[in-house]
Write a protein that binds this ligand. Sequence first.
Ligand code: IPM
Ligand code: MG
Length: 355
Amino acid sequence: MKLAVIPGDGIGPEVVKQGLKVLNAVAKKYKFEVETQDVLMGGIAIDKTGVPLQDETVKICKESDAVLLGAVGGEKWDKLPGNLRPEAGLLGIRKALGVYANLRPAVVFPQLKSASMLKEEALKDGLDIMIIRELTGGAYFGEKKRVQLEDGTYKAWDTMIYSTAEIERITHMAFGIAKKRINKLTLVDKANVLESSRLWREVVTDIAKQYPEVELNYMYVDNTSMQLIRNPSQFNVILTENTFGDIISDEASMITGSLGMLPSASLGDGNVGLYEPIHGSAPDIAGQDKANPIATIMSVAMMLRYSFNMLDAADDIEKAINKVLDKGYRTGDIAIEGTKVVGCEAMGDLIVGEI
Ligand code: IPM
Ligand code: MG
């Protein structure tokens, strides 16, 4: 297994270290070899090379079987122009690898129900949502510009743009995933206002005819953000465009208890998948051994499942996480009274111990 590893900034290196530790434990158990190569991206790449994403990084990632990424960004680089910020590196690598579908599963571990921001009542039916976020189109990639007006003030715009083909490919993937779950798919959009959303609806409705077993419904994104809090278990698979997916996946993470619990897999038609926790670089707690590595460790499980079809090994990791939570161990973000608070490193060791 040839892995490119992008530790990135802030807590990125800490959580990635734990993810690799767990991967190595699984590799030993299932007798496969992992060869890793660290590559620069984000703020650290800006400091060392002047740009957030070098061609060299793209090349190494493309030649790997998969990419594991921590997080990028931080205050230090916030004043740089948009195309030179750490985040531009992240968008750049997603685009370069062609990973247009970002799978963000929001699952409430039964042990963590009380860490959720919602009342236990709202979670009585459990929560197991797969958010499928379009990742290489929309406003994050459309034309953006700022112009100065005669009075010295500015005008700026970002273009939310989608083609039929971009919508089609992710829609087929979403229906395929819905079929493997409970045949339920919700398209989240803003078709009452946005033309791009109206195109999404048309294309998705048309493709739905090829998947008659899947129940498709539509929901506006504002209503969705309300419904996620009111009754989250009504959702199973959510398909949505880039910006909306970015926003509602952060929202969904708080239902699961913490932003530190949501992994993600970014997939395309190529062979190289990109795996990363959905949280950011959390500079406020970086280097203090406080970060929750579970989102990254679960991203490693997703990598085994989606890039390598190693289903047992992926299950093993998830079971190990469950066991550690069962025993009452928690990082600070998910701790409640009566649990044992451990740091990032110790959480990684505990999970390895169960493998
Ligand atoms: C995410 C992050 C990124 C995004 C940022 C850091 C560019 O918020 O992965 O959700 O917007 O995609
Ligand atoms: Mg985000």
